[in-house]
Ligand binder design. Structure first.
Ligand code: ATP
Ligand code: MG
Length: 267
């Protein structure tokens, strides 16, 4: 208990350290990546995952990451999600330089600042939807009653109010992914990351999941989604394309704008 508090206070002070933070005026940026490289060392050979990435993502953006298999999308997402660290370069998340953090600090950041959604849902199979959603709050030491109530609210939010006590294997793929999204929202993180969240879903469920991300984006969340499908990327505002570990294009998505305008006119 004592150790936990010391860690927390340490991180809090560290966050205050002026040289670790970007100037206040730049705080509308949620993500800044500077000259980032990632090399995998397999022992027998070195594989370049990412080369010299420079990028900023502002708060409230809805971004798609696209590119062929092996182009570096997951490598990039794992760094954004603090599951992995760059070999060279800097990653500032919410103004904090992640590249300099130790493991304990990274897991604190992951829990507080990032909600991660995976292609294979990654739910714990022997626990209910509610308990799955409660888990990140348990790590964040949220009291039991409060986390139960919040988990139920989040499940209602993703349309699963009637399923809170169901096990993952009693649900469809789309429903499991909704549980995973509710879990990602548990600690109200500023950043939501999803690596091929619709990769295991049929078209109808994929659209439902993307509509849910669109709603979260409209409510102010920053969402980054990896996808192979243009139809899925069409939901976002900005499309970043990778090839061979590099960004080859980074464009505003005009289709989404016209879609949103259309929606505005008809509603
Ligand atoms: N743990 C690892 N060890 C060694 N090389 C790796 C590792 N993970 C990824 N790579 C390599 O890094 C490069 C980028 O892989 P990455 O998984 O980021 O691609 P991706 O764009 O997500 O592909 P996909 O669309 O198939 O998911 C590939 O050449 C891959 O072989
Ligand atoms: Mg991948």
């Amino acid at each position: 208990m004592m150790k936990r508090w010391i860690e927390r206070i340490g991180l809090w002070l560290w966050e205050m350290k002026p040289q670790a933070r970007l100037p206040y005026s730049e705080s509308e940026e949620l993500i800044r990546i500077v000259n980032l490289c990632k090399v995998y060392d397999t022992g027998t050979m070195k594989v370049v995952g990412l080369r010299n990435i420079n990028l900023t993502i502002r708060r409230g953006e809805f971004v798609a990451i696209m590119g062929q298999s092996g182009s570096g999308k997951s490598t990039f997402m794992n760094i954004l999600g603090c599951l992995d660290r760059p070999v060279i370069g800097h990653y500032y998340l919410d103004g904090i330089d992640i590249s300099e953090m130790d493991e304990d600090q990274l897991s604190f950041i992951r829990n507080k600042k990032i909600g991660f959604v995976f292609q294979s849902f990654n739910l714990i199979s022997r626990t209910t939807a509610r308990e799955n959603v409660e888990l990140p709050m348990t790590y964040a030491h949220v009291p039991k009653k409060e986390r139960e109530e919040r988990a139920v609210k989040l499940l209602e939010r993703v349309g699963l109010g009637a399923r809170t006590e169901h096990m993952p294997n009693e649900m469809s793929g789309g429903q499991r992914q909704r549980v995973a999204i509710a879990r990602a929202l548990a600690n109200d993180p500023p950043l939501i990351l999803a690596d091929e969240p619709t990769g295991n879903l049929d078209t109808a469920s994929s659209i439902e999941i993307m509509e849910l991300f669109s709603e979260l984006h409209r409510e102010g969340a920053t969402v980054v989604v990896v996808t192979h499908e243009e139809d899925i990327a069409a939901f976002t505002q900005r499309i970043i394309r990778f090839r061979d570990g590099q960004i080859i294009s980074d464009e505003k998505n005009e289709t989404q704008e016209s879609k949103a305008e259309e929606k505005g006119r008809t509603s």
